[in-house]
Design a protein around this ligand. Structure first.
Ligand code: MG
Ligand code: ZN
Length: 218
């Protein structure tokens, strides 16, 4: 079995969700009802995220990047985790429903950006537009935006041992298709509810220790 890691970004690699932080800081009133519609699954993730960013002027791009760079915190042990994966020749992909313009500045000194799958922002019109290079394949009708299970299907081969690391409902479909799940926060509850086996983690040092034992056992 060949392990491949698929790791979420917001709330997993960073300590909290950057889209929510950006909206709290920059969006006019009204973004919360869109967020609530996404969480209650009244609208798809892609529709909701597209709508939220369409509240923001394209001219805010640089301010948003600076804001995220100064406020986002990378979870402890992530750099070491990237090194651990490299040393063990385990491909580590970051698969995120976030947007390139704020993820790339945070990851560029840590990870090869070719390993990042996420949505993209365009600043050519008055308001920020989001485009979806990795939308759902024909096996997913979820309107994911960046479709984690579709990316996993594309990258994985028959002998791939799929490891998913995540924190929320947006990782649940990926977790369902994983061979092994490292979970925190809401994803723990969701895995429990649905009987998906998982190991909880707080920092990426935990992830290293857990995966070391897994690899030794294999
Ligand atoms: Mg997340
Ligand atoms: Zn999908």
């Amino acid at each position: 079995m060949k392990p491949i890691i698929f790791c979420d970004f917001d709330g997993t690699i960073t300590n909290s969700d950057n889209i929510i932080a950006i909206m709290k800081e920059f969006a006019p009133e009204g973004w919360e009802s869109i967020k609530d519609d996404v969480l209650s699954q009244k609208v798809s993730i892609s529709e909701g995220v597209g709508k939220m960013f369409s509240l923001l002027d394209s001219g805010l791009a640089q301010d948003i990047i600076e804001f995220v760079k100064s406020s986002a915190v990378i979870r402890d042990g992530f750099r070491e985790f990237v090194a651990f994966a490299r040393q063990n020749s385990i491909p580590l992909y970051v698969v995120s429903g976030g947007i390139d313009f704020f993820i790339e500045p945070l990851l560029e000194n840590i990870l090869d950006l070719d390993l990042l799958y996420c949505n993209k922002a365009v600043f050519e019109q008055e308001r920020i537009q989001i485009i979806w290079p990795y939308s759902c394949d024909d096996q997913c009708q979820n309107g994911c935006g960046c479709c984690k299970p579709s990316i996993m299907r594309k990258i994985s081969e028959a002998d791939t041992y799929k490891i998913v690391i995540g924190d929320s409902i947006t990782d649940f479909k990926a977790a369902k298709e994983a061979d092994f799940v490292l979970a925190r926060d809401f994803l723990i509850e969701k895995c429990r509810e649905e009987g998906i086996s998982y190991q909880p983690f707080q920092t990426f040092f935990d992830c290293i220790n857990i995966l070391k034992l897994k690899l030794e056992a294999a």
